[in-house]
Design a protein around this ligand. Structure first.
Ligand SMILES: CSC[C@H]1O[C@H](OP(=O)(O)O)[C@H](O)[C@@H]1O
Length: 342
């Protein structure tokens, strides 16, 4: 079951509704842009590569639902709706990358039906590419791990953050597939608990040993020498920083202090060669995500809250970038990496 897919029979997008995990594994059928945007904002579908695929399939859904028959009117509406999709979540570059990739390819056509057909064809190709890229990331990253290693990870950068396989967890899956015994320490990742709800669930499903800890315990396990490496995913990689789930920066500082390698696993679609850290918008989410847990109040109603969804880890804290093109170590040659993305 893929995290996000196109159901040919039902002619709609299907996503695993991640807000129901770990209690329930269920597919949600998405037939229009509004439903897709709602699913992205509420993290029913989430994770940079999965958002890339959501962006691509979203363009196909929009194109299918526009009624205009004249090409200029159709294209104007398609672009306007695609912009709403791009803006659903600002930090992960993959969402806008997925929208632009499918839009650019579809708009090469000169009639409405061809635009619709090419949009869906390209969205499906984008999804297949993602699975292949994650496998390649896994293969390159697995070489960094030795038999018996324990890896600390944060949030969820597994198959639930991608179309399948995963990036950070893809490295772990590939190492296990290569016969290495790998254990994982999964940080719960407040406030939405992607680490406890999703990563722990994924690894338990795959029978990969996983231990859940509170985010604040990362320093404790590192100082106890229980961690051989930290591997995280990314939402946007710029020349001077890696944007990832809030709390990632803290782990990078702790890893550096304890001489533990800090790896970032991500496809080239997550690299943004046009911006620096200062240019990137960090999504600020609903304060009630901290004030409440379900219906239970965890804080006084209305207490002021800071709830950035991501933080920036400076490149000097990164031991290596693991991509489908291989492993890159400092000093990072972004010009050379950019050429590989062409
Ligand atoms: C493989 S990218 C996963 C990346 O996305 C997550 O954020 P969110 O759960 O808000 O989509 C987190 O930053 C993960 O590292």
């Amino acid at each position: 079951m893929r995290t996000i897919d196109w159901d040919q029979k039902k002619n709609c997008v299907t996503i695993i509704d991640q807000t129901l995990l770990p209690e329930k594994l269920a597919l949600l059928e998405i037939r229009d842009l509004q439903s897709l945007i709602e699913a992205i904002i509420t993290l029913r579908v989430r994770g940079a590569p999965a958002l890339g695929a959501a962006g691509g399939y979203g363009v196909a859904l929009i194109a299918r639902n526009i009624k205009a028959k004249d090409v200029p009117g159709f294209v104007k509406q398609l672009r306007a709706e695609a912009l709403k999709l791009k803006n659903a979540r600002p930090t992960a570059v993959n969402l806008s990358w997925g929208v632009e990739r499918v839009l650019d390819r579809a708009l090469d056509a000169d009639n409405v039906q061809d635009i619709r057909n090419i949009a869906l064809e390209e969205a499906k190709m984008l999804a297949e590419d993602d699975v292949q890229r994650c496998r390649e990331i896994g293969m390159h990253g697995a070489e960094l791990l030795k038999d018996g290693d324990t890896v600390l990870t944060h949030c969820n950068a597994g198959r639930l953050a991608c179309v399948d396989w995963g990036t950070a967890l893809g490295v772990i899956r590939s190492a296990v597939e290569a016969g290495k015994n790998i254990k994982v320490i999964s940080c719960e990742t407040r406030p939405l608990n992607q680490g406890s709800r999703l990563t722990a669930w994924e690894l338990a499903e795959d029978k990969i040993p996983v231990t859940l800890i509170a985010d604040d315990m990362a320093g404790y396990v590192m100082r106890k020498k229980l961690v051989d490496a930290v591997i995280v995913g990314a939402d946007r990689i710029v020349e001077d920083a890696v944007f990832n789930k809030i709390g990632t920066y803290t782990h990078s500082v702790l890893a550096k202090a304890h001489g533990i390698p800090f790896y970032v696993a991500a496809p080239l679609s997550t690299f943004d060669f046009r911006r620096k850290e200062a240019d990137v918008v960090i999504e600020e989410r609903d304060p009630d995500e901290l004030r409440k847990c379900g219906s239970r109040m965890l804080a006084p109603a209305g207490v002021p809250v800071l709830n950035p969804a991501f933080d920036a880890t400076p490149m000097e804290n990164v031991t290596a970038l693991i991509t489908e093109e291989g492993v890159f170590r400092p000093p990072f040659d972004f010009k050379a990496i950019e050429k590989l993305k062409m």
